[in-house]
Write a protein that binds this ligand. Sequence first.
Ligand SMILES: NC(=O)c1ccc[n+]([C@@H]2O[C@H](COP(=O)([O-])OP(=O)(O)OC[C@H]3O[C@@H](n4cnc5c(N)ncnc54)[C@H](O)[C@@H]3O)[C@@H](O)[C@H]2O)c1
Length: 237
Amino acid sequence: MGVIGLGMGRGHARGYHSHPQADLVAICDMDVGRLQEVQSELDVPRIYTDAEKMFCAEELDGVSIAVPNKYHAPLTIAALKHGLHVLCEKPMAMTVKEAERMNAAATKASRSLMINFSFRFTEAAYALKQQVDAGVVGDIYFGRSVWHRRRGIPRFGGWFGIKELSGGGALIDLGVHRLDLALWLMGYPEPVTVTGSTYDRIAQPLAKKERKQFDVEDLACGLVKFANGATLILEAS
Ligand SMILES: NC(=O)c1ccc[n+]([C@@H]2O[C@H](COP(=O)([O-])OP(=O)(O)OC[C@H]3O[C@@H](n4cnc5c(N)ncnc54)[C@H](O)[C@@H]3O)[C@@H](O)[C@H]2O)c1
């Protein structure tokens, strides 16, 4: 396995390193300091600052992609073209079109493409899903899924708040986890209408004051209606 991007990707690297059926043979990051830190922590044989070079030089079975959202689609598609299975961080992509291209590339290459919706693997979510599947809670006709981060915006001024790199704010960053869990538990009903609002009233004045770039929303809320009559309320901030 290889890993690209060593922020969150450090966790992927540690996972592969400790797994008895995996070998972590290469890591890639543009930040040489991070590369060296992870290489010495996990004793990784080879390091790269360019993903394409890693794809060409290594005989990888699969790769984790944990870079800023803007690069999810191009790096995933490149990895699939090299015949690799891909575990890509959430959000899948910045736009639906990008996500569709990623899916098409996976189909064409006959390789697996998985998005790291890590909350599905928490004990609480897993237990709830088992209960839902066993019919314990009956039909789910209403859902409300919320992630409110009340203690500020982590790494304020970084790429998460720059639309060109992230694709959006709280909704694409935190809301995707909650939307994924809700749809999974509700059995993927077909959406019919979606309405929502986004706001940036807390982050904007703060960004101005601190002279930082922040051009995404800090609060998003939405209402999704499904063909089976169910409704989902989603909030992320
Ligand atoms: N599943 C989760 O709960 C979870 C949690 C945190 C972050 N994430 C996701 O992980 C991704 C990365 O977030 P992060 O917090 O680690 O960000 P980060 O900025 O800490 O780390 C990203 C790393 O990618 C490197 N990088 C950027 N472009 C690159 C490229 N083209 N080639 C090689 N390396 C490149 C950077 O140098 C940096 O070290 C994001 O998509 C984020 O949404 C998911």
